[in-house]
Ligand binder design. Structure first.
Ligand code: ZN
Length: 188
């Protein structure tokens, strides 16, 4: 299919709430292919449809590394149905070139979604693995939430954005995550 342009932080599409998919049509299959092609071209671990300007609830993840065979996972209309624990995660995003910062994430998540054939599946990702963190990161994109909204240190995140000439953090959008914070402090 095609490698698409990844929108950068500041583009309105990244802050929109995306729409449910009603049918896994040819159009959605083509979108899935484009997401995978674009993600692999950029060496990303995940990519969500809003990042290529399509505000529908679809994202892809592949956490295979090095010589491991490709292992694409497609999530359509996903719902996180369980989450627990807390973990500190140093994250970046293809929409924020080069900018990384520490964010709060759940350690364990269970997600249900439809695959590329429209078949429902449930997946569990535990122990703060890359998969567990990527699921939460990509899922957020469908609701217009970005990783910086979960930042552990607002000032660090601001400095990183500034360094890479990205738009400022929006303090109004920072997510209060008392439970995660308390859990992380316990672990320190
Ligand atoms: Zn992202």
């Amino acid at each position: 299919m095609a490698i698409r342009k990844v929108l950068h932080y500041g583009e309105p599409s990244l802050r929109e709430v995306s729409k449910e998919v009603h049918k896994v049509s040819k159009k959605i299959s083509d979108l899935v292919r484009d997401l995978l092609d674009t993600m692999y071209a950029q060496n990303g671990v995940g990519l969500a449809a809003p990042q290529i300007g399509e505000n529908v609830r679809v994202f892809v993840i592949d956490v295979a590394t090095g010589n491991e065979p490709l292992n694409p996972i497609v999530f359509i209309n996903p719902k996180i149905i369980k989450k627990s624990g807390a973990v500190k995660s140093n994250e970046g995003c293809l929409s924020f070139p080069e900018a990384y910062t520490d964010v709060k994430r759940y350690k364990n998540v269970m997600i249900k979604a439809l695959n590329e054939h429209g078949k429902p599946f449930v997946m569990e990702a535990k122990d703060g693995t890359l998969l567990a963190r990527a699921i939460q990161h990509e899922y957020d994109h469908l609701d217009g939430i970005l990783f910086i909204d979960h930042c552990i240190n607002r000032f660090d995140a601001e400095a990183v954005l500034k360094k890479y000439n990205l738009p400022d953090l929006d303090p109004e959008l920072l997510i209060e995550e008392k439970e995660l914070e308390e859990e992380l402090n316990k672990n320190d």
